[in-house]
Design a protein around this ligand. Structure first.
Ligand code: MF3
Ligand code: CO
Length: 251
């Protein structure tokens, strides 16, 4: 497997797909309120995805049972949208959605607080969102994948938050996950691939209030912090260009 370079025609489709995904995300987030279940959010997403003439890429991916991931508080990613998962005031909700549009894949995640939340939760969200922006800021033709992780880590480090190291971003577009892996930290165990114009990658910092260790639930999907501290997750699909990045998952 090698890193793929997308054709102009495919980039055009990914641009459209990314906009569709951003609209689906906005729609789903607008329903987040105390009392709604994660399962209802999944249904709302499915309906909107259909309206956008797209498909949910996660459903059936390695047996994943739902269209979206909803990860609450200490859940970091891949939370299954169970109907018993009822959102409560102050909860931190990470919504992760993947679309297939015209055969091409985009990926996006946002974390929000139900209601106002406490100051620590708000800070965690702001820092994680800015970490994503820093990562995206490191992208351009000729830069290295490692520059992204360095930008994320150097930004997050002073806040004392944990950076999840067992999960990483990835290439995307022709599949849910493509090469290369995109760590959110300086890594010595992956070879540092060069970014080239036409590559499409998903950058997705997963940041915790404290520890970096993770555990996976018996459902084999839900990933949570080992120490029970809360986590935030922001993800965008971006196109590598000559002088920077184009964020595809924006309206
Ligand atoms: N955005 C998720 C990731 O990159 C995709 C999850 S696939 C699922 O890890 F099947 F777990 F939903
Ligand atoms: Co992803």
């Amino acid at each position: 497997m090698t890193i793929t370079i997308k054709t102009e025609k495919d980039i055009e489709i990914l641009r459209e797909g990314g906009k569709k995904l951003a609209r689906v995300m906005k729609h789903v987030l607008s329903f987040i309120a105390p009392g709604i279940s994660a399962e209802e959010l999944d249904r709302i997403a499915e309906e909107k995805i259909k309206q956008e003439s797209a498909q949910a890429s996660f459903k059936g991916y390695e047996g994943y049972p739902s269209s979206i991931c909803v990860s609450v508080n200490d859940e970091i990613v891949h939370g299954i949208p169970y109907k018993e998962k009822i959102l409560q005031e102050g909860d931190l909700i990470a919504v992760d959605i993947g679309l297939i549009y015209n055969g091409l894949f985009t990926d996006m995640a946002r974390t929000v607080i139900v209601g106002k939340g406490d100051i620590d939760a708000r800070r965690l969200l702001t820092v994680t969102e800015k970490a994503l922006a820093r990562g995206i800021g490191a992208v351009k033709h000729g830069a290295f994948v490692g520059d992204i992780g360095r930008a994320v880590e150097s930004y997050v480090h002073p806040y004392g938050f944990g950076i999840v190291r067992k999960l990483v971003g990835h290439g995307v577009g022709y599949g849910v996950h493509e090469e290369p892996q995109i760590p959110n930290f300086v890594s010595s165990d992956t070879k540092d691939a060069k970014l080239l114009a036409g590559m499409v990658i998903a950058i997705e910092p997963m940041i915790t209030e404290k520890g970096e260790d993770i555990i996976t639930d018996a459902d084999t999907w839900t990933v949570r912090t080992k120490d029970g501290s809360r986590a935030a997750h922001f993800e965008d699909t971006v196109l590598v260009k000559k002088n920077g990045a184009e964020i595809l998952t924006r309206i």
